[in-house]
Design a protein around this ligand. Structure first.
Ligand code: GLN
Length: 471
């Protein structure tokens, strides 16, 4: 057997009885154990994978073919799976076993997917390099001296290196799209509320979305189609019906696409990525689409607004990790308060502590209006501005990231410098719109970079179809 790059190809062979699902699982478990040179997988779920494989084999024998029969999928280590360890790559959740499964995990298994293992990520999904993790950094499969991107770096690296067909990530400010871009694979952040967040360890609840990372747009669309939909366990999840995303529409309808001049003129944007981007604009125009620059005067406000609001939400969400209910507890504490303090001091990494402190500060009584309330207002203005652009255009196009992957152990010691890595991705999380990242076929500096396409809310079908055909 060989590593598959397309699920369609794999499934056709499985249904053709070229191998059994059990053989497939054995092959992939062995691949992960022997060829994960990237530190992508933290753990494989051997026992449950074989159990699922047996069910898939039986189903095939009974001619019960399901949409994801035989899909080898990995999950980010912040997605709960009953009776399996989940840690958010943090010491504070060391050895913690989940008591229930995330809705997305149940949906995948019901459709015949094999949840093969859990994937390294930045601690509590906070980071852009997958270096903030108790398991050590994830390496970029194209160049192991470079970062994978983050926070779903393990997910992107696992798919890019062929260790699984698809992986689930989560995206609060770019954590699916940015590592997908750095590793040269496809990733989508769905519309906020499209996919249930039940069983996702919360970082910033008004931003978080789960989404797939895959080798191609078709596999991405198929998995998104399965995991989307209303869930009574997530009161924010949408009741809208889920279109058949995987029926990628091949129409050549001409689209109107905007790109923000401030994004392209930004001094932080790499020159070669800019050149390629402008060439892409030209190619799309040659294909008959209208591609125009629009002005978006709020670019410099995106990252600060995101970091004020997301850290505020994180400081509240992470207060539950106190050494009493979950995972790690510091030893030798004399009182309840000391248990809290010692557990949280020892259990959280530096970046998580920094964000809890920042979030607590922006919510504190003297500063609430100056930071939190103000950021909420700016979020509203940004959303209105983006809605206005979408009243004239079908899509907004940009690079996914301003650079290619940077070296592991980078010189970026100033966290605010690192936060600028998110400049193009946070917009879709602030507004709730869906956005996909698709790699450019030609590398720069030996590494991948990608295009990000954003659409109106709930237009994932149109977004995926266009991305499949033209990006
Ligand atoms: N890189 C961003 C951050 O550090 C995004 C994280 C995410 O989407 N989970 O917050």
């Amino acid at each position: 057997m060989k590593v598959f790059r397309s699920f369609q190809d794999l499934q056709a062979r499985l249904f053709n009885n070229e191998f059994t699902c059990e053989e497939l699982v054995r092959f992939y478990l062995n691949e992960i154990k022997t060829n994960d040179n990237y530190n992508a997988f933290i753990e494989t779920f051997d026992e449950s994978s074989y159990e699922q494989a047996k069910i898939v084999d039986r189903d095939i024998l009974n001619n019960k073919k399901k949409r994801l029969s035989g899909l080898i999928i990995g999950i980010k280590d912040n997605i709960c799976y009953k009776n399996h360890v989940v840690t958010a790559s943090s010491l504070i959740l060391k050895d913690f076993k989940s008591l229930y499964s995330a809705t997305v995990v149940n949906k995948l298994i019901e459709e015949g997917a094999i949840v093969i293992g859990r994937l390294n990520c930045d601690e509590f999904a906070m980071g852009s390099a997958n270096e903030n993790t108790v398991y050590g950094p994830v390496k970029n499969p194209n160049d192991i001296t470079k970062v994978s991107g983050g926070s779903s770096g393990g997910s992107a690296a696992a798919v890019a290196s062929g260790l699984c067909l698809v992986a689930l990530g989560s995206d609060t400010g770019g954590s699916i799209r940015q590592p997908a871009s750095f590793c040269g694979v496809v990733g989508i952040k769905p519309t906020y509320s499209r996919v249930s967040r039940f069983g996702l360890i919360a970082y910033a609840s008004s931003f978080d979305q789960i989404g797939p990372i895959a080798n191609n747009v078709y596999d991405t669309a198929l998995v998104l189609e399965v995991i989307s939909g209303h869930d009574s366990n997530d009161s924010t999840s949408s009741k809208r019906t889920v279109p058949a995303y995987s029926k990628l529409n091949a129409s050549s309808e001409k689209m109107k696409i905007a790109y923000m001049s401030e994004c392209i003129d930004h001094q932080g944007l790499d020159k070669k990525i800019k050149e390629k981007f402008l060439k892409k604009v030209n190619d799309l125009q040659k294909n008959g689409h209208i591609v125009e620059s629009v002005s978006f005067p709020y670019l410099d406000y995106l990252v600060p607004t995101y970091y004020v609001l997301s850290t505020a939400e994180a400081s509240s969400n992470l207060s539950r990790f106190d050494g009493i209910n979950y995972g790690y507890r510091a030893e030798n504490s004399e009182s309840l308060e000391e248990t809290y303090i010692n557990t949280r001091t020892q259990g959280f990494g530096d970046e998580v502590k920094r964000r809890i402190m920042l979030g607590t500060f922006v919510l504190s009584s003297g500063y609430h209006d100056a930071y939190f309330t103000k950021a909420q207002k700016i979020r509203r203005i940004i959303k209105e501005n983006v809605e206005e652009i979408f009243s004239n255009y079908d899509f907004i196009l940009s690079p996914t990231t301003p650079h290619v992957a940077f070296p592991i152990g980078n010189e970026i010691t100033d966290p605010t410098q690192m936060y600028l890595e998110d400049i193009y991705t946070v917009l879709a999380n602030l507004t709730g719109n869906p956005a996909i990242s698709v790699p450019e076929s030609e590398k720069e500096y030996g590494l991948h970079h990608s295009y990000q396409l954003m659409s109106k809310i709930f237009e994932e079908d149109k977004l995926l179809s266009f991305a499949n055909k033209y990006l």
